[in-house]
Design a protein around this ligand. Structure first.
Ligand code: HEC
Length: 412
């Protein structure tokens, strides 16, 4: 709905409200849910971003809000006028009516009530890169910050103070102040930088330059490149160990997983990963003995890092995608850009539960408390949220264009 249409709808409604207010001598006509449908939808789902969903809200909450609008305790130009005409009985009936409608989780709007839901689902500030908009989006406050061309992978420092994103077409890394989105630096790295990760001590970032087959080392205090690590073909993304002594890197050229000694800043070993095509992203089990390696086509290899043996290759959704071991170690969750599903691999049994989330899922990260799973839907310009307790899709939030990666503090 554009502003003109809203204005028009409002004008019509206000005219009819004035008409009914003037006719005070007449017995007041009962106001039904149809009056609300123009903005809150016939099914209680707001017709556009300005209008909150009422469906499935708690009855007591709805009643309280209506009373607050009527008394003036809560103010909104539209709703205050609207509520002025409602009798106590109308308010009770309307609150009952809307609370009984199913809360279709199709869209969520940034307003008071759903804003609360959003806060519960994003317990920490979470940064999502938008490849085609060239922006970063911050949740639960839905702020959008301009970045550079095709903001691809992003990462946040452990103290939550800096956030950064790679720009493959310009061969740079953008660094932002995580509190306000101010650009602190644009740093030249290698060719076609893809993944970026921050060391656990927060001092260093590794940028995997897939095009020049090296890894740029960034000093996050000086905001400059201090070195580079030669890699086998096609480094895509790294994962540091908790002690920061090693970083494992996916070699999408096909060689397997590179092991970097971070003190020597050298790739000291390459572990081949037979049975998969082009290692794309990886994460480690809670004890860091196993790597879950997501390939470019549709597989996850379960790799024992000590013996270098693949114990299982698990087919997942089509196309490449991210992979995240939830901080509690329970799931290795992976997305699939050519598909509509995410696959939740139970790390104990290696059984798979597929959850349909929407078109083109790629970026995937759990909240630090392992309760929520955030998934970027590149084909829908939306973020899907899966409740990991129930393994169900519980929310979809509209985003910028081609949301790509998710940076969650505490879950690198
Ligand atoms: C012309 C558009 C419009 C109409 C018609 C309308 N509303 Fe609203 N309503 C809004 C807007 C806009 C808000 C958000 C106000 C705010 O941001 O505080 C809102 C908020 C509310 C809220 C608070 C929701 C929350 O999550 O806190 C309730 C409850 C509500 N409306 C009920 C109704 C009922 C019941 C009707 C029908 C009698 C109705 N509204 C008709 C525009 C409308």
């Amino acid at each position: 709905m554009n502003n003109r249409v809203i204005g028009h709808t409002l004008a019509m409604l206000i005219t009819s409200l004035n008409a009914s207010a003037q006719a005070t001598e007449m017995p007041q006509e009962k106001i039904t849910a149809a009056t609300c449908a123009g903005c809150h939808g016939a099914n209680g789902i707001g017709i556009s971003g300005e209008f909150p969903n009422l469906a499935g809200q708690k009855q007591a909450y709805l009643l309280k809000q209506l009373k607050a609008f009527k008394s003036g305790a809560r103010k909104d130009p539209t709703m205050s006028t609207m509520a002025a005409t409602l009798s106590e009985k109308d308010m009770q009936d309307l609150a009952a009516h809307f609370s009984n409608l199913p809360p279709t989780p199709a869209t969520i709007h940034n307003n008071t009530a759903t804003g609360k839901a959003l806060k519960a689902q994003f317990p920490a500030p979470t940064y999502i890169s938008m490849k085609k908009s060239g922006t970063l989006m911050l949740f639960p406050d839905t702020a959008t910050w301009p970045g550079g061309p095709n903001m691809l992978y992003d990462a946040v420092t452990p103290d939550g103070r800096m956030v950064m994103a790679t720009s493959p077409s310009t061969g740079t890394l953008y660094i932002f102040d995580a509190r306000n989105g101010k650009q602190l630096a644009i740093i030249k790295v290698g060719k076609a930088p893809k993944g970026v990760k921050v060391s656990p001590d927060g001092k260093t970032a590794y940028v995997s330059n897939q095009g020049s087959s090296d890894i740029s080392i960034i000093d996050l205090q000086k905001l400059t490149v201090t070195g580079s690590i030669t890699s086998k073909e096609g480094p895509h993304n790294v994962r540091f160990t908790r002690d920061g002594k090693r970083a494992y890197v996916t070699l999408q050229g096909g060689a397997g997983i590179g092991v970097i000694d971070t003190r020597r800043t050298e790739m000291v070993r390459v572990i081949p990963v037979p049975g998969i095509t082009g290692p794309h992203n990886l994460d480690l089990s809670a004890d860091e003995k196993t790597a879950y390696v997501r390939d470019f086509v549709h597989n996850v290899a379960v790799l024992d890092l000590e013996s270098g043996k693949v114990s299982k290759v698990i087919p997942v959704g089509n196309g490449h995608g991210g992979i995240d071991v939830t901080p509690d170690g329970r799931f290795a969750a992976t997305a699939a850009i050519g598909d509509k599903i995410v696959s939740l691999i139970d790390t104990k049994t290696l059984s798979v539960t597929n959850v349909e989330v929407g078109k083109g899922p790629h970026g995937i990260r759990a909240s630090k408390d392992s309760r929520w799973l955030y998934v970027t839907l590149t084909g829908e310009n939306a973020i899907a949220i899966v409740d990991l307790k129930t393994m169900k899709l519980v929310n979809k939030i509209p985003s910028g264009k081609f949301p790509f990666w998710v940076a969650v503090p505490g879950n690198p």
